[in-house]
Design a protein around this ligand. Structure first.
Ligand code: GUN
Length: 284
């Protein structure tokens, strides 16, 4: 079997056009929109991710207000910068790039962002809304994965989905989202992680498998039910080479698969733009 590619660049391009139209309407109405971004430390991949987010924003006419702090910056200074952004009416949404350096309390920093300016959907209030099924900004990578599967009409509702990884940005919120009674979700979700015995046998039950562990090559062909959809959301780096959690030969057994580059990444960025424009629309 040759798997059908889940082309995130293509789907993200369509979302960006729609979101770009909405951003243009805001501009026509005289509403200036900016995304505030906070980066702490000198992690190369994080710097590249933030630069790509700025480029995306520029493409659709959203200004970026960026603060880049050194790795020895105190938590108080970071929170002060966030509070300035909270108070700036032009900044409709704020992104704090994760991970933050060791010694900085991620929870306290995320809590300092006003919930209605939280473009990532990672503020405890917004995560709480997700748990309750109330409307609010959804975490970008989980929302992007659901959009991608839905675009390619991969059956998810009523199916077994295995999420590998339980991190804050992908695994945990994705499992919640996929189990909800909503279009493109409503699945039986199993979350597995490095502490689970015989992980492979659970993964093999998945009609859809999302790998979000950040362990290169973790998902191998023998772990996949023939015809299943496989989404590689976890990444790691070998120098400047981006590695996937999903081994290349998984494509031989999967029914659908994301490419190593151009799968989930562009979808995350498109959903970030969507959240940024939605926050600006609400604020106007
Ligand atoms: N680092 C890795 N993924 C993400 C994400 O989705 N949002 C933020 N803010 N940081 C990240």
């Amino acid at each position: 079997m040759t798997a059908q590619l889940l082309d995130g660049e293509l789907v993200a391009g369509r979302i960006k056009m729609e979101v770009g139209d909405r951003a243009a309407r805001l501009a026509t109405a005289g509403r200036k929109v900016a995304l505030g971004t906070i980066l702490v430390g000198d992690d190369g991949p994080s710097e590249r991710y933030v630069a790509m987010k700025h480029a995306d924003c520029e493409q659709i006419g959203i200004r970026s207000a960026h603060r880049h702090f050194g790795s020895s910056t105190s938590q108080a200074e970071i929170i002060e910068a966030i509070q300035e952004m909270n108070a700036d009416p032009e900044i409709a949404s704020i992104l704090v790039q994760l991970p933050l350096p060791i010694g900085i309390n991620e929870e306290e920093v995320l809590l300092s962002v006003l919930p209605h300016k939280d473009v990532d959907g990672l503020h405890p209030v917004n995560l709480g809304k997700l748990v309750m099924g109330a409307p609010g900004p959804l975490p970008c990578t989980p929302a992007g994965i659901v959009e991608l599967l839905s675009h390619y009409k991969v059956p998810v509702e009523g199916k077994r989905v295995v999420v590998i990884g339980r991190g804050l940005t992908i695994g945990r919120p994705l499992a919640l989202l996929l189990a909800m009674r909503r279009p493109g979700c409503n699945a039986a979700v199993t979350v597995v992680h490095t502490g689970v015995d015989d992980m492979a046998s659970l993964v093999r039950e998945g009609d859809v498998v999302v790998a979000a562990a950040g362990v290169a090559g973790l998902v191998t062909k023998d772990m996949i039910k023939p015809g299943a959809a496989v989404v590689g959301a976890g990444t790691s780096w070998e120098g400047k080479k981006l590695l996937s959690d999903v081994a290349d030969d998984v494509a031989e057994v999967a029914g659908w698969i994301t490419p190593r580059i151009g799968g989930v990444g562009p979808m995350t960025r498109a959903m970030l733009l969507s959240n940024a424009v939605a926050a600006a629309e609400k604020a106007s």
